[in-house]
Design a protein. Structure first.
Length: 223
């Protein structure tokens, strides 16, 4: 991705961050950004994916799945290409998911959110967190848990966005543009022999033959 495309993406993320953090728990805002539709797709898939593990995991699987996807993507970006910019954006995405989850938890008793079926939780069955908190005997903690999750999401969004801005603004390494030489390796140029100096011969001089005299054998020394 070019620097211009990354900058445009960060402008969009900054706008969404501002909207979400200044309008917490408001469904028309939280559910109005494009990423909510992406989150919803993974949320619904999670119910089906985790259904073999029982009723609790079937309900919890939607929230779990929508939060796991950014984490898995971040790990893939880091292990595959060490792309810290992409990892930071995935951190922002996880925080955005937590904004959605926090709003959902906060509504466990109020049941005023419009659900996928077209009605509110008070009108139709299917409010995940009403069932989950009831099963855990923690329904009265819905507002407290919802605010904690929303705050954690806000921190992640700000941290991810800040890290991505820092990485984009950081000067590019010259070595990366021209090919970095690592320690212990030699480039082709350094391995080439140096050209001979002007006025010098590249042919090694011959060595003069050595004349060795051997003492004659079979003669007696004079007495």
């Amino acid at each position: 991705m070019s620097r211009a495309a990354k900058a445009a993406l960060l402008v969009l993320l900054a706008w969404w961050t501002w909207r979400l953090l200044t309008h917490p728990f408001q469904q028309d805002v939280v559910g109005g950004i494009f990423m909510h539709r992406v989150d919803l797709m993974f949320h619904e898939a999670g119910h089906l994916l985790w259904s073999p593990f029982g009723e609790f995991m079937t309900m919890f699987g939607g929230t779990l799945n929508q939060c796991l996807v950014p984490i898995v993507c971040a790990i893939a970006f880091y292990r595959g290409s060490r792309d810290l910019f992409a990892v930071s954006v995935m951190g922002w995405w996880l925080g955005e998911n937590l904004q959605d989850v926090g709003m959902y938890i906060n509504d466990a008793r109020d049941l005023q959110l419009q659900l996928l079926g077209g009605g509110t939780g008070a009108e139709i069955e299917g409010h995940d967190w009403e069932h989950l908190l009831t099963m855990m005997h923690a329904i009265t903690l819905d507002h407290r848990i919802g605010h904690v999750v929303q705050t954690a999401g806000a921190v992640l969004m700000i941290a991810g966005l800040g890290a991505a801005i820092f990485l984009l603004a950081r000067p590019q390494d010259r070595g990366q543009a021209g090919g970095t030489r690592t320690a212990g390796t030699r480039t082709t140029e350094s391995a080439r022999p140096l050209p001979p100096r002007a006025g010098t011969s590249t042919i090694a001089p011959r060595r003069a033959p050595e004349h060795r005299t051997a003492a004659p054998t079979g003669q007696q020394s004079p007495t």
